[in-house]
Design a protein around this ligand. Structure first.
Ligand code: DQA
Length: 150
């Protein structure tokens, strides 16, 4: 069974209570348990981590080198717009990842419109609310089920 890491950045632990008019009413616990249930149907083992600390996210990304994680689904939250260190971590491990945002960052403040991740992600899903994580998981399952073409 493929291992997928669902990684969420700062302030996403407050989902459901944090600016619900922007981020919705679904809690992170609900997002994680839905992802794990859908993962089971799709044959993916989903491991979840949320952290408010950049170094913790970096260390978890490094761990994917050794723990056989095949894909990452990542909402870097505010680090999307600031963190070269997280970008470098993803480039270092070369674990493919999908970038997810609940809100549509392309329609928000100008400083939210730049992402340090989009050009190196295999897919970017924005503005779909909590459903974006499920779309990401289905995309990952499709990618992993594709026959190898060499
Ligand atoms: C976010 C968008 C970011 O700009 C913001 O800092 C977040 C959440 C989103 O999911 O829409 O914390 O990544």
């Amino acid at each position: 069974m493929h291992k997928v890491l669902l990684l969420n950045g700062p302030n996403l632990n407050l989902l459901g209570r944090r600016e619900p008019e922007i981020y919705g009413h679904t809690t992170l616990a609900e997002i994680e348990s839905r992802a794990q249930a859908l993962g089971q149907q799709l044959g993916l083992a989903v491991d979840c981590l949320q952290s408010n600390a950049e170094h913790r996210l970096i260390e978890r990304i490094h761990q994917t080198l050794d723990d056989h994680t095949t894909y990452i689904i990542f909402n870097p939250a505010a680090f999307t717009h600031t963190s070269l260190a997280l970008r470098d971590a993803l480039l270092a491990v070369q674990t493919p990842f999908v970038e997810v945002h609940l809100s549509d960052i392309s329609q928000r403040e100008s400083w939210r419109q730049h992402s340090w991740f989009s050009d190196i992600a295999t897919r970017v899903i924005t503005g779909q609310g909590a459903a974006g994580y499920e779309q990401a998981l289905r995309f990952v399952a499709d990618q992993l089920n594709q026959p190898l073409t060499t």
